[in-house]
Design a protein around this ligand. Structure first.
Ligand code: F6R
Length: 366
């Protein structure tokens, strides 16, 4: 059942090329000019009626929502707010019938996410579920549904659900942008062309596990690990730190790189591992200067960079390269070494990877 892999998590990590390919299938026009979402069939008028979008979810799905905010705002230019479901439902959010509430849930059964969606609906919002389970409670309750095609996810730590959620978020952003005319046709073609290459680039990235095993052995017994990045790298950092915490039980924190000097830099001392993501070209120089700041405190820096980057190796102790693509799409690749790092770190520490302590796959209690 584990297809020759030692754990479901590792199997599911390696299923990502297929999961992503299946989630993209038939959703991009042949000439790459537009995203096709037959399950929605929205009009320009309908999408323009939304003055505000909320994305509501828990855990890893919330992290996918943070990336979704970037995609929808950058591509479709509609304001998006992302909320943790257990906070959203109690904070009296400002919602009316011009609000779209997108909920993201792999299982479609998370009770806080369900309750948040019901509350949004009660206040007049249109609801759209992004879920992996056909016929799940959340899928049935939502006005509309887009499925991720990840296949069953068994391991408690979510991997292929996250990457397929990112794909759906990107498709949604590009779909809305197509209706609103907020992305130039040439740029749309370029992005969708690059999106098609992602499944094979994921395969390519997953081939390179040896260095990651070495880092896991070398740093796997540290007590704290920091993840830093800017822009989309920060959202990926949050997911990387959650993965490490939940399966390896190492205290991990993610920070927007520019926030370090507002307090956390006090914790960066000799030998503290810092995983620094530097894939976002638009803020590259700024990220690099933050990396220099932690290096100056003798942290051990493991950098994540896009192929072709010749700068980062000068400042980081180690660099893991992922294939180059548009900076909007690179989170789909940058998260992979972080998933593998948490997996091999948990193995190094002898932790029960598929069933981490105190956690359940589907949280149906509040
Ligand atoms: C982390 C993880 C959890 C889930 C969260 C939401 O690896 O799996 O954080 O992402 O419990 O679950 P779903 O997506 O089923 O609503």
């Amino acid at each position: 059942e584990k297809g020759g892999y030692e754990h479901f998590m590792l199997k599911e990590i390696h299923e990502q090329p297929k999961a992503v390919r299946d989630t993209l299938a038939s959703r991009i026009a042949k000439d790459n000019s537009a995203v096709v979402l037959e399950e929605l069939s929205w009009t320009e008028e309908y999408v323009n009626s939304f003055s505000k979008i909320f994305i509501v979810a828990c855990g890893t799905a919330y992290h996918a929502g943070l990336v979704g905010k970037y995609y929808i705002e950058r591509l479709a230019r509609i304001p998006v707010e992302v909320d943790i479901a257990s906070e959203f439902r109690y904070r009296q959010p400002i919602i009316d019938d011009n609000t779209l509430c997108i909920v993201v849930s792999q299982s479609g059964e998370t009770s806080d996410t369900m309750a948040a969606m019901k509350e949004a609906k009660r206040l007049g919002a249109k609801t759209l579920a992004v879920t992996n389970v056909v016929g799940s409670s959340i899928a049935r309750e939502a006005d509309q549904v887009i499925y991720t095609m990840a296949g069953p996810e068994i391991a408690v730590a979510s991997t292929k659900a996250y990457t397929t959620q990112l794909i759906v978020m990107f498709l949604l952003g590009a779909y809305m942008a197509g209706l609103r005319g907020t992305v130039a046709p040439r740029r749309m073609k370029e992005l969708l062309g690059k999106l098609r290459e992602i499944p094979s680039q994921i395969s390519e990235t997953l081939e390179d596990v040896e260095p990651i095993k070495v880092f896991a052995k070398k740093y796997g017994f540290n007590t704290d690990v920091f993840f830093i990045g800017r822009a989309l790298d920060y959202e990926v950092a949050l997911e990387g730190s959650l993965k490490l915490k939940e399966i390896s039980y190492i205290h991990a924190e993610a920070y927007a790189a520019g926030e370090l000097k507002h307090g956390t830099l006090a914790l960066i001392t000799t030998g503290v591992p810092v995983v620094a993501l530097a894939t976002q070209k638009s803020v590259y120089e700024k990220t690099l200067s933050n990396i220099k700041e932690v290096k100056a405190r003798d942290a051990v820096v493991i950098g994540i960079a896009a192929e072709g980057d010749t700068e980062l190796t000068k400042y980081a102790d180690h660099v893991i390269f992922v294939p180059n693509t548009d900076e909007l799409l690179i989170p789909l690749l940058a998260v992979l070494p972080l998933q593998l790092l948490s997996y091999y770190t948990a193995i190094t520490r002898g932790a029960d990877v598929d069933k981490p302590r105190n956690l359940a796959k589907s949280v149906t209690v509040e």
